[in-house]
Design a protein around this ligand. Structure first.
Ligand SMILES: N[C@@H](CCC(=O)N[C@@H](CS)C(=O)NCC(=O)O)C(=O)O
Length: 207
C-alpha cells in the first residue's frame, strides 16, 4: 500500500494528501516533521536525504518533492483527468505548479511563518510587508488568468490547481490587508465545493 510520511499541516504534505483524496487512493500516513520528529532519523534520511516531508513509498518506489509526487500519482492514477493527457495541457498544468514554486511560495512562506507560526513580538514585519507586496503582484497575474477560466488550465480541475489551492487557503486567511481579487475569491469558493480540498487543505484556523 502507498505510504506517506508527513504532518497534515504541512503545505507540501497537503498537496499529496489532496491529490490522493481526488484520486480516491488508499494510503497509510505516518506523522513526521516539526513536533513529530521522524524526519531527522537516519532511517528517514536514507529515504529522503533532505530530511523534509513529504516522502512516499509506493510499493518500494520511494519519492520526495511534493510536486514530483503529485505528478507521479496523477499520471499513474489520473491520466486524462488530474494529469492532462494532451502534452500542451499537461505542460500548462506543470507551468502553474512551477509558477507557484518559483513566484508565489518563496514570498508567501515568510508571510505565513511570521503571521501564523511566530509570536507577535518576534515577527519580522518589514519582511512580511515586502514579501506580501510580491505575493500581491503574483496574485494579480493569477486573478487575470482566472477571469477567463474556472481552473488554472481551463474548465476542469487538474494537478495544476493543487499547489495554488494550498497557497490560497494561506494567503486568503492570514491577518493582512489584501486588494480584492474577485476571480481568485470565486476560484477559492469553487475549490471549497471539492470534498477533498475541504478535508485535506481548507483547514482553519491556520497552524
Ligand atoms: N520542495 C520540497 C519542500 C519540502 C519542505 O520544505 N517540507 C517542510 C514542510 S512544508 C519540512 O519538511 N519542514 C521540516 C519539518 O516539518 O520538520 C517539497 O515540495 O516537498
Amino acid at each position: 500500500m502507498l505510504k506517506i510520511w508527513g504532518r497534515t499541516n504541512s503545505i507540501n504534505v497537503q498537496k499529496v494528501l489532496w491529490c490522493c483524496a481526488e484520486l480516491n487512493l488508499k494510503y497509510e500516513r505516518v506523522d513526521a516533521g516539526m513536533k513529530f520528529g521522524v524526519n531527522n532519523t537516519p532511517e528517514y534520511k536514507a529515504m529522503n536525504p533532505n530530511g523534509l516531508v513529504p516522502t512516499i513509498n509506493d510499493d518500494g518506489f520511494i519519492l520526495w518533492e511534493s510536486h514530483a509526487i503529485v505528478r507521479y500519482l496523477a499520471r499513474k492514477h489520473g491520466l486524462g483527468a488530474l494529469c492532462p493527457a494532451d502534452a500542451r495541457a499537461c505542460a500548462d498544468a506543470d507551468r502553474w505548479m512551477d509558477w507557484y514554486a518559483t513566484t508565489v511560495w518563496p514570498h508567501l512562506q515568510p508571510v505565513f511563518w511570521n503571521l501564523v507560526r511566530t509570536a507577535p513580538e518576534q515577527r519580522n514585519m518589514p519582511l512580511v510587508e515586502s514579501s506580501a507586496a510580491k505575493v500581491a503582484a503574483a496574485m494579480a497575474v493569477l486573478d487575470a488568468r482566472l477571469a477567463q477560466r474556472s481552473y488554472v488550465t481551463g474548465e476542469t480541475f487538474t494537478m495544476g490547481d493543487i499547489p495554488l489551492g494550498c497557497a490560497l487557503v494561506r494567503w486568503l486567511n492570514v491577518p493582512l490587508a489584501r486588494e480584492p481579487r474577485p476571480h481568485i475569491e470565486a476560484y477559492y469558493k469553487r475549490l471549497q465545493t471539492r470534498p477533498a480540498y475541504q478535508q485535506c487543505v481548507n483547514i482553519l484556523p491556520l497552524t
